[in-house]
Design a protein around this ligand. Sequence first.
Ligand code: SF4
Ligand code: SF4
Length: 114
Amino acid sequence: MKGILVNYDYCTNCHSCEVACKKYLDLPVGEFGIKVSEVGPFQYTTGDLKGKYEWSFVPSLTKACNMCADRTEKGKMPMCVQHCQSWCMAYGEIEDLLKKIDGETRYTLLTTKA
Ligand code: SF4
Ligand code: SF4
C-alpha cells in the first residue's frame, strides 16, 4: 500500500500542496484534497516544555484525494508532493516510508482507502 509521509516539523504552512492539489482535482473554492491544519500558537506553562511555544502545521488528506492515481501509475509523484516548498513530503510504499522516520523530528503518515 502506498502513502504520503510528511515531516511536519519542516512544514511552513505555505499552502503549495493545497493549491497544487486543487488545480489537479479541479476543486471549487472551499474544497480540498489536502488541507493543512494549524496547531497553536500557545506557550507551555508547566513541565519540561515550560516557556516554549507550540506552533505546528499538519497536513491531512480529505476524502477527495485519489493519491494522484493517473500520475503515480506512470511513475510520477503526486502533485502535492512535487510542489511542497519544503520538500518535507515523500510518496511511496508504507514500509519504505516508515524507514524514514528518524525519531528526531515529527512525522505524520497519510493514506487513502485502497
Ligand atoms: S495525492 Fe494527489 S489527490 Fe491526493 S492530496 Fe496529493 S495532490 Fe491531492
Ligand atoms: S507544501 Fe509542504 S511546506 Fe507547504 S504547506 Fe504543504 S506540506 Fe507544508
